[in-house]
Design a protein around this ligand. Structure first.
Ligand code: PHE
Length: 453
């Protein structure tokens, strides 16, 4: 495809909403609030925002620069700018990471769909043990979760195959505002419950004593994942940005939206949980076991309202997951269609089918077919670990070296300032972070994960 023909986003709002759609995902809802509440509340939030500024934004801008400059899929973008075939490996690893994550992210996204159905049909009523059993039975069923995975991938496929403007941009413009409205509705309902103040205090009361090196490194890792860095998503989307898009300004907006959603997610979960005296946790068990209980108990006198809140909550989660899934799918679709000269439809179909197979294996490894293990771990956990803990920081690290030390400074500056039309006052700070601060932080996060520091 020639440069002129290449698709692009039609408006600034489209750029921001689509990219924010990638960033806002399950990570915002199931991990951030819990970690913040446990680790110093508002003090943690301040540190987290500092991590976003120092690590997240520079990495995000770097991916934007590569994508928009090269105007091609992630693997080719690194080769085109790097000058040698070898550089393709970094981009290629990004594409592979995005591809593998699509499969297992779709599994959890599919669970959200199932829970929309469950709340619609009033299946989440009952004592805590019943709700726990409902999830375990569902999760280990050989058929149902696989069907849900296929369903959400089919929805993703539908959007992707309509193209960048008519598919991704239009869907993001509808889904993201809906997501915000749902979020605000649930936050308001949750904060009006009796005893909600204790939940708000848990999330927001600052306690700087709790923020130590461990917590800080955790916050760094979370900021990385939450902004969708290191998986080719940002680079691919940036290849559809126009020459006028202010890359740094866009990154700041995405960082702000992502952080606000994460904090609001906390204000949705904790007030309700504390009002019924339930200790919140994180991960799938928070979303699929603890919260259904909380909604059920908090609205015990008005069960219909409880069902409605649960329904809105799972609709919100499904939207958040879907917009992230779309960005992940697009990485591989752009790669296949450009590298193998496939039509967009064909490329998307290959990605949908292959990620559905990966998703099915991941899902079955959780109980439907326990033989699907590697070194004693279910395939699902292996994918999560290898992509999130290994590939992601490696791609992020190499990207910083690529932009900070390999690309000519003039090229990076030109992209940062849109050819000199923007003042780019923060360029010096940005390039210092990319050259020194980010690589050091990423190595620290990496070593920390393996218990070395
Ligand atoms: N940022 C998403 C979240 O917070 C996860 C994600 C990572 C999505 C990478 C797409 C790409 O859940």
């Amino acid at each position: 495809m020639s440069l002129q023909e290449r698709a692009n986003f039609g408006s600034k709002l489209g750029v921001v909403l689509a990219t924010a759609g990638s960033a806002v995902g399950l990570g915002n809802v199931w991990r951030f609030p819990y970690v913040a509440g446990q680790n110093g509340g508002a003090a943690f939030i301040v540190c987290y925002i500092a991590c976003i500024v120092v690590l997240g934004l520079p990495c995000m801008i770097s991916e934007f620069i590569i994508g928009r400059r090269a105007r091609s899929n992630t693997a080719r973008a690194y080769r085109r700018l790097g000058g040698r075939r070898g550089w393709m490996l970094i981009g290629g690893l990004g594409v592979l990471t995005g591809f593998l994550i699509t499969g297992y992210y779709a599994v959890v996204s599919g669970w959200c769909l199932q829970y929309i159905y469950a709340s619609l049909t009033g299946r989440l009523h009952g004592d805590p043990q019943y709700v726990r059993d409902y999830f375990t039975t569902f999760e280990t069923d050989p058929l149902q979760p696989v069907l849900c995975t296929v369903l959400i991938l089919a929805a993703t496929h539908l959007v992707i195959s309509r193209g960048v403007r008519r598919g991704i941009e239009r869907a993001s413009k509808m889904m993201m505002p809906t997501l915000f409205v749902l979020l605000l509705l649930i936050v308001a309902t949750s904060c009006l419950l009796p005893g909600a103040e204790r939940g708000i205090a848990f999330l927001l009361k600052p306690d700087f004593g709790k923020v130590d090196g461990d917590v800080l490194l955790g916050a760094l890792g979370q900021s990385f994942y939450s902004l969708s860095i290191g998986m080719g998503c940002l680079c691919t989307y940036a290849s559809y940005f126009s020459r006028e898009t202010d890359l740094a300004g866009t990154a700041v907006k995405i960082g702000a939206i992502d952080s606000v959603v994460a904090v609001l997610a906390g204000l949705m979960i904790f007030p309700a949980a504390f009002s019924v005296g339930v200790e919140p946790d994180s991960g799938p068990s928070l979303i699929f076991i603890t919260l259904p209980n909380v909604f059920h108990q908090a609205f015990a006198s008005l069960p219909l309202l409880g069902d409605a809140v649960a329904l809105l909550f799972y609709a919100l989660l499904s939207l958040a997951a879907l917009t992230s899934l779309i960005s992940l799918h697009e990485v591989s679709t752009a790669f296949l269609s450009e590298e193998l000269n496939l039509s967009r439809h064909r490329g998307a179909l290959v990605v949908t089918v292959s990620t559905a197979v990966i998703g099915a294996f991941c899902s079955l490894s959780l109980g439907g077919y326990e033989g699907l293990q590697l070194l004693g771990w279910p395939l699902f956990d292996v994918f999560d670990f290898v992509t999130g803990q290994i590939f992601l920081p490696v791609v992020g690290f190499l990207t910083c070296l690529f932009v900070g030390w390999h690309l000519p400074d003039a090229l990076v500056r030109e992209e940062f300032t849109n050819g000199g039309t923007l003042r780019g006052r923060l360029y010096g700070l940005y390039i210092f972070c990319v050259r020194v601060v980010c690589p050091v932080c990423i190595v620290l996060i990496f070593l920390h994960q393996f218990g070395v520091v």
